[in-house]
Design a protein around this ligand. Structure first.
Ligand code: 8YV
Length: 323
């Protein structure tokens, strides 16, 4: 490793060019131009010579991995708002600083939530499949009739930053907003929404359910068979948060037995090896974790991670310090 007065940072994945340019200007950067997912052993070997790691949600920073990080590594700046891939107590115990990128991807995620809400409600996948496979015989009065958003109830599980951005858009679509979480949120007057402390009461009010909770051991499989059963007949479920918030078995059963109207999913348990039973379900619109995938947002996430690194190496507290 070349000696340098600049801190050495490993970027575990290929990042947008403006982000890599800024990283390479301010630091001695170790980049991953082929965007290869580094096996943990290799990551730990490279980490021998680095001061900080700019990681992503595909790097599983479990307690043993964190314990095995060379002492030289002082900061882990994740290129994500979610940090379920990093064991925060283990990082704290090791004295490792951890940061994330809250705020940078709120609008992009709220927008993709609406892509899925609309796509699931209006049967976009079935329509596109019909067209591209040459099965479309022409317009028909009863063809692929879906559901509307206007006048319906949008239930938001987890009214944080992204949940509120979705609620705001829901109001613009003429939806009534209901939400559930650990506690009622102090919302601005222009964001009228009904809080339900009780999950059963909440779910009974969801014509559409959009999940925006953090993934923690407590929220794992939150949408289980019991909760699917509490949704009104024909309800539409959208998940842009984390796959493990949903119990796949329960959602697949609800979609195939006719209780649920449709689903729109951007995230899956075990990505990229998702439950293959989703694949043939016509009333499920499936995306490969694209929630934050706009040029603008992926650059903003990278810059936010760099702001955190910059603060740390300038001897200041990073703005988004988790540990
Ligand atoms: C997503 C993410 O697009 O930053 C994260 O944690 O997973 C994003 O890249 C996401 O699903 C938004 O919550």
């Amino acid at each position: 490793m070349a000696s340098s007065s600049k801190p050495i940072i490993l970027a575990t994945r290929k990042l947008p060019q403006p982000v890599e340019e800024r990283l390479s200007g301010a630091y001695e950067a170790i980049l991953n131009p082929d965007d290869r997912q580094l096996p943990i052993d290799e990551l730990l070997r490279i980490a021998e010579g680095v001061d900080g790691i700019l990681c992503t949600l595909t790097d599983k920073m479990t307690p043993p991995v964190i314990a095995a990080l060379p002492a030289r590594v002082k900061i882990l700046a994740t290129f994500s708002v979610g940090y379920d891939h990093i064991d925060i107590p283990a990082a704290k115990a090791r004295g490792l600083v951890v940061t994330n990128t809250p705020g940078a991807l709120t609008d992009a995620t709220a927008e993709i939530t609406f892509l899925l809400l609309l796509g699931a409600a209006r049967r976009a996948y079935e329509g596109e499949t019909m067209l591209r496979s040459g099965q479309w015989t022409g317009w028909a009065p009863t063809q692929l009739m879906g559901r509307q958003l206007h006048g319906k109830r949008l239930g938001i599980a987890g009214m944080g930053r992204i949940g509120q951005a979705v609620a705001k858009r829901g109001l613009a679509f003429g939806m009534a907003i209901h939400y559930h979480g650990r506690r009622a949120v102090d919302l601005p007057t222009e964001l009228p929404a009904t809080f339900h402390a009780d999950d059963a009461d909440f779910l009974a009010h969801c014509d559409y359910l959009s999940i925006h909770m953090a993934s923690t051991p407590e929220t794992r499989h939150w949408l289980n068979a019991r909760r699917v059963g509490l949704l009104p007949q024909g309800a539409i479920v959208v998940n842009t948060a984390r796959g493990d918030l949903v119990h796949d078995e329960a959602l697949i059963e609800g979609l195939t037995n006719g209780h649920l109207g449709a689903a729109g999913l951007d995230v899956f348990a075990g990505e990229p090896n998702i439950d293959a039973r989703y694949l043939p379900i016509p009333n499920a619109m499936l995306l490969p974790h694209l929630g934050s995938a706009t040029v603008q947002t992926r650059c903003a996430m990278g810059f936010r991670a760099l702001d955190n690194l910059d603060a740390y190496f300038a001897g200041k507290a990073p703005g988004d310090k988790l540990a």
